[in-house]
Write a protein that binds this ligand. Structure first.
Ligand code: KG4
Ligand code: ZN
Length: 334
């Protein structure tokens, strides 16, 4: 079974070809250079870029996979959640292809695609597992019991983790996207110099909260201008302390989740999973419970159509395909 995957929900235009669960190609055109000057993704510009780039990106993915359109069994496309304009471009393109080729259309939830991405690289990865999806728009943790059987255990009450990285980077004058900038800056900073407080949740839920840490960074910068000017404290120190505080808040929550839901593995997925410090913090608490940690390779952590093609393939195998009246949604249903 050969599936073409399409991803246009944010600022990556991507297409991938997958045969029987194995990726043949995964082409990603990142729009980061276009959006950088604005300090973030401009939805209207993103949609126009997707429109301009998608046909060539699809052609390249097909060529790299040595597959012709007539060999496709279905087209999997992210139809939720994301920026409406980009989603419409991807979904319209997918519908046109499916109708011209008379093949199946599969609408994919971007979060499900992230969460299942370890299946693309690890034969040992199996259900049930705990799925952490940490991206620019979401910070959700699921108990994934089987394909399609996902229980949301906790999510963020304010900013997504990636959003907090992006906002703090902006405060520090570091370039967009903030996650990679902060992790790079943190490498030469001292994480012990400043201690940002951990979020105090008043209940015992598994929800996350990052806006408090973000605000603490803002206040710190406002109150310590002199120290920063004199070099007593550097931007790199602030980046390292922020990264540590945010990572600890996630790993502390994961420790409680591991205790409540003793499964054999945890998947750390989404763009923020590219953060090595955060990963190592979660790995430490997972090791306490002998839980295996699965993290996709860098390319499969951030947005890509390979993960969309995989989730679509699993749906197609089960016959859960979409009609031509499939709509887009800006929010996830997971
Ligand atoms: O999954 P993704 O590519 O797009 C969404 O679905 O949102 O995630 C993008 C987010 C951005 O907020 C970006 O700053 C963050 O992932 N990110 C990182 C790193 N690389 C990307 N955050 C922390 N450390 C990184 N190394
Ligand atoms: Zn994503």
């Amino acid at each position: 079974m050969i599936v073409l995957g399409i991803e246009t929900s944010c600022d990556e235009t991507s297409a991938a070809v997958l045969e029987d669960g194995r990726l043949l190609s995964n082409v990603i055109y990142s729009q980061i250079d276009t959006h950088r000057i604005y300090g973030g993704v401009v939805p209207e510009i993103a949609a126009r870029e997707h429109m301009a780039r998608l046909p060539a990106v699809v052609d390249e993915a097909m060529k790299k996979a040595h597959v012709t359109f007539s060999e496709l069994h279905g087209v999997a496309v992210t139809n939720r959640p994301g920026l409406a304009g980009g989603l419409i471009v991807g979904v319209s393109y997918a519908k046109a292809l499916c109708s011209a080729l008379d093949i199946k259309l599969i609408g994919v939830d971007h979060l499900e695609a992230h969460m299942l991405s370890p299946f693309l690289e690890n034969e040992a990865f199996k259900f049930p597992f705990l799925g952490l999806v940490i991206s620019g728009g979401h910070t959700n943790v699921y108990l994934a019991e089987d394909f399609g059987a996902y229980k949301l255990l906790g999510s963020t009450r304010d900013d997504a983790a990636g959003e907090a990285f992006d906002k703090v980077a902006k405060m520090l004058g570091l370039p967009y996207p903030g996650g990679p900038s902060i992790s790079k800056a943190a490498l030469s900073g001292d994480p012990q110099k400043i201690v940002f407080p951990q979020p105090q949740m008043k209940d015992s839920s598994f929800d996350f909260s990052f806006s408090g840490i973000k605000t603490s960074v803002l206040y710190y910068l406002q109150r310590n201008e002199e120290k920063l000017k004199s070099g007593e404290v550097t931007k790199e120190d602030v980046a390292a302390a922020f990264q540590k505080a945010l990572s600890r808040s996630i790993s502390n929550k994961m420790r409680r989740i591991f205790a409540a839901h003793p499964v054999a593995s945890v998947a750390i997925t989404g763009g923020v999973a590219a953060n090595a410090f955060l990963r190592s913090e979660i790995e430490k608490v997972a090791a306490e419970k002998h839980i295996g940690v699965y993290v996709p390779s860098m390319l499969l952590c951030t947005d890509n159509a390979g993960m969309v093609a995989y989730a679509g393939y699993e749906h197609l195998r089960r016959g859960t395909t979409s009609g031509m009246d499939m709509e887009i949604a800006t929010a996830s249903e997971m």
